[in-house]
Ligand binder design. Structure first.
Ligand SMILES: [Zn+2]
Ligand SMILES: [Zn+2]
Length: 49
């Protein structure tokens, strides 16, 4: 018997707000990614849909 539990790690977004706005790749570091750190932005992830 195979127990294949659906483990879907649903991420909110691919990039944080700052990277999304700047259209750059987000490395998703915590507490703030490099993109936000460089731009001195607050790294936030808005849950859209
Ligand atoms: Zn980012
Ligand atoms: Zn960020």
């Amino acid at each position: 018997m195979t127990t294949t539990a659906p483990r879907q790690n649903v991420r909110l977004r691919l990039a944080c707000d700052g990277c999304s706005a700047a259209k750059v790749k987000c490395d998703k570091k915590h507490p703030a990614c490099d993109g936000c750190t460089n731009n001195q932005l607050e790294c936030t992830y808005s849950a859209s849909r």
